[in-house]
Write a protein that binds this ligand. Structure first.
Ligand SMILES: [Zn+2]
Length: 206
């Protein structure tokens, strides 16, 4: 893919998720200034299918036997990619940990009925957008807890560096259609928007 095609794709993927600036707290507990409205992108699945096809192409060299995505909404794109690759599909459900004041307060768990089926498989963990990476991180942990191997991490859009760091920590490739490298993400104690007294607007994944 040449660079202008890649820029067009980045703009298209960004356009799927209505982006706006403000002061937000993410599922991970981090604060940031960019909000992506993800659920409406899924209202028309056919619009997303061509991106699922592109992501499936990027993932195809990695000898993937199964795809796993976090609910919600990453599992929806993960399922489309699994269908394109003709591999198995799994999902992980969100659980809130008791100590909600720490970073990454949410964990993910593959349902009991799927845990033995995923064991021993080569798995790609896929989400729509990876920002702080709470959902992908939690899903990776549980894929490993099930006795499966992570062989790739995939996304339509990656914000900043956490997704690359997560992929490096699992020693797997990160495949994404689009990247926004310069995204701001702060721990609450060092958030410049909090210091300036800017009101928090909401809580959202990813
Ligand atoms: Zn803040």
């Amino acid at each position: 893919m040449n660079s202008s095609v890649r820029d067009d794709l980045t703009n298209e993927v960004l356009g799927l998720f209505a982006a706006r600036r403000g002061h937000f707290r993410f599922e991970s507990g981090h604060h940031g200034d960019l909000w992506l409205e993800i659920p409406p992108a899924y209202i028309h699945p056919e619009r997303l299918r061509r991106y699922a096809i592109e992501l499936a192409k990027l993932l195809s060299p990695h000898r993937i036997e199964a795809v796993c995505g976090p609910l919600v909404e990453g599992a929806f794109i993960a399922q489309m990619v699994a269908a394109e690759m003709d591999v198995e599909f799994y999902f992980a459900e969100q659980l809130t940990r008791a100590k909600a004041e720490t970073l990454y307060p949410v964990s993910y768990r593959i349902p009991e009925a799927l845990r033995s089926a995923i064991r021993g498989k080569n798995v790609a963990v896929i989400d729509d957008v990876i920002n702080a990476g709470s959902a992908v991180r939690g899903t990776c942990d549980d894929v490993i807890a099930c006795g499966a191997a992570i062989v790739a991490i995939g996304a339509l859009l990656v914000l900043g560096e956490p997704a690359s760091m997560l992929a490096t920590s699992h020693a797997v490739p990160l495949e994404t259609l689009a990247r926004l490298p310069g995204n701001s993400l702060w721990e609450p104690s060092s958030c410049p928007l909090c210091v300036r007294g800017v009101k928090l607007e909401g809580v959202a994944a990813p």
